[in-house]
Design a protein around this ligand. Structure first.
Ligand code: PGA
Length: 252
């Protein structure tokens, strides 16, 4: 069954003291009554994963990592492996974020390897993709998205998809304050679901969670999430503020 999710991508924000403060506010805010079909995820920096995992233990908040390496271990200075994450109690990883693609040259081919490693380690992947402003202006956005998905994910076996969560994040909307309109989001999400259906069948496609990301806030979350193919959001800036994040979760 398709699950809804709101994932807060903290990026390179929140030291350990700030992380503890934000988590304590979030723990206060999430009452038992929240529908259990709705998943809440936070994504601290690597160095804060272990304490955050311990603070959210026995709560409904789940913890994801922002990235990982594809290799099992070895001479990769500064990198983190799937085994290290799992060992820290982290079973979800964001891969393919546009900031990783842009600033750290992560390619679709590299991401395909990372996805494979995560799945081999029984981790869930929040896989990010989305077009640049130029792609949208030139009408190439559907083609770009199709390419990103097919290169990184469409070689997977159907069974692997139970651990895949898609996050459509148009790059022009990330951190810019400019959000895709609810119509643009729904149009793209329906297209994505149709691509998955074409490759893997309608049942599987119907079960895949597809998040929207890009300047989601408390004030625009409801109209974005009310679309039938938008199953929640990947939230950057607004996830750093407990009240905003709460409003977004309530909007799902
Ligand atoms: P934003 O970031 O909400 O600050 O636009 C979203 C993301 O990068 O995942």
């Amino acid at each position: 069954m398709r699950k809804q999710m709101v994932a807060g991508n903290w990026k390179m924000n929140n030291n350990v003291v700030e992380s503890e403060l934000l988590i304590s506010k979030l723990l206060e805010k999430f009452p038992e009554s929240i529908n259990s079909n709705k998943r809440i995820v936070v994504t601290p920096s690597f160095v804060n994963l272990i304490p955050v995992v311990s603070w959210v233990k026995n709560s409904r908040i789940e913890v994801a990592a922002q990235n990982m390496h594809f290799a099992k271990n070895g001479a990769f200075t500064g990198e983190i492996s799937a085994d290290m994450l799992k060992n820290a109690g982290v079973n979800i990883v964001i891969l393919g974020h546009s900031e990783r693609r842009t600033y750290f040259n992560e390619t679709d081919e590299l991401l395909a390897k990372k996805v494979m490693t995560a799945l081999e380690n029984n981790m869930e992947v929040i896989f990010c993709f989305g077009e640049l402003l130029d792609d949208r202006k030139s009408g190439n956005h559907f083609k770009v998205v199709e390419n990103q998905l097919s290169k990184a994910l469409f070689e997977l076996e159907a069974l692997a998809w139970k651990n895949i969560i898609l996050a459509y994040e148009p790059v022009w909307a990330i951190g810019t304050g400019e959000t895709a309109s609810p119509e643009q989001a729904q149009e793209m999400h329906a297209f994505i679901r149709q691509l998955v259906a074409k490759k893997y069948g309608a049942d599987l496609a119907n079960d895949v969670t597809i998040l929207y990301g890009g300047s989601v806030k408390g004030s625009n979350a409801q109209e974005l999430f009310s679309n039938p193919d938008v199953d929640g959001g990947l939230i950057g800036g607004a996830a750093l503020n407990a009240a905003e994040f709460e409003a977004i979760i309530k909007a799902v």
